[in-house]
Design a binder for this molecule. Sequence first.
Ligand SMILES: Cc1cc2nc3c(=O)[nH]c(=O)nc-3n(C[C@H](O)[C@H](O)[C@H](O)COP(=O)(O)OP(=O)(O)OC[C@H]3O[C@@H](n4cnc5c(N)ncnc54)[C@H](O)[C@@H]3O)c2cc1C
Length: 333
Amino acid sequence: MVEDAITRETSCLVVGAGIAGLMAARELQRQGVQVITVDKSRGVGGRMATRRFAGGVFDHGTQYFAPSSAWFQSRIAEWRDDDIAREWFRVRSYEMDPRFLSSARYCGHPAMTAVPKQIAEGMEVHTEARIATLREEGGRWIAETDGGTQYAAQSCILTPPVPQVRSLFEDSGLTPDAETQAVLAGLAYEPCITVLAICDDAPDLPDNGVLEFERGNLRRIMDNNRKGISPGVHAITIHASGDYSAAHFDDDPDQVARSIIEEAQLIMRVGVTEHQVHRWRYSQVIEPHPKPALQVFTRPPLAVAGDAFGVNGVEGAARSGMEAARLIMRQLS
Ligand SMILES: Cc1cc2nc3c(=O)[nH]c(=O)nc-3n(C[C@H](O)[C@H](O)[C@H](O)COP(=O)(O)OP(=O)(O)OC[C@H]3O[C@@H](n4cnc5c(N)ncnc54)[C@H](O)[C@@H]3O)c2cc1C
């Protein structure tokens, strides 16, 4: 639903419809709290993203997720029961990361956005609504979008990447206490330049379609066709490494894309007929804060959540959203 310019009232305003915001909103709604979720993008999901072009389908943000806790293992089981997630591949035993409970790696079904889309069902979510400022007025938060729509909310959860949360505070003249400011200032993300390429043949990649690199300019090459989300089209997602992305983030995107494609072609050994570039300024947090969510203000309550808290990745973001909902519930009651 696209916003129109009026004032809306709600008990909780959740900013960001990525997995953290959606999990928070759904939990609050389940507990009987009225919630509106807003996102600046055209769709929901945030970094759990799928894009289509030239007949290809690309997961171009998160590629897969895996459980490091029984809680997330149960969520994945629910998503699989609902047919919005499936196992993609298993890592070999010698590659097992001790943080994870199993060797299985899961993805959205039919593509990554299936998970956030289903969680958003039955909830009030306003897309293309970027919150530009936030102020406290009469014991409520007043959040205003670029388009001038105002949301008056008894409580608020912010789930954009932390540097964007800090910008929102600065633009709004809001000053958290010194300890909170120090925590937020210390949360850094690595960028990821992503190239989406249509190939003229099946690339030379392992059977599951994913090749990951420990070092060098590339982080991963993924064949969305072999992943099962791009039938009939060899749609390849190439993620550059964090170091390479940081060094070339502001370079000419076409030149950077050509250079990434050339390097990937040495491995894939196929032609690339079309491509697009996507630059994720905040792809993954480097070192998350140990707390699963942060209470920033109490009157009216405001919490910050997302993958920067607890553990990183989809699991951390989902748990953080749940925890932020609990923090807000305690304050509202
Ligand atoms: C290239 C890449 C590869 C990754 N690979 C993996 C992986 O393999 N496994 C894994 O577990 N994780 C991976 N991740 C990380 C994972 O995608 C994230 O940890 C997770 O999706 C974060 O969810 P979130 O809800 O915290 O944030 P987001 O998904 O970023 O959601 C935040 C939302 O806030 C919105 N927003 C921002 N500012 C405003 C505003 N002012 N007003 C309104 N809305 C706003 C944004 O549009 C966005 O939708 C990857 C990420 C990237 C980019």
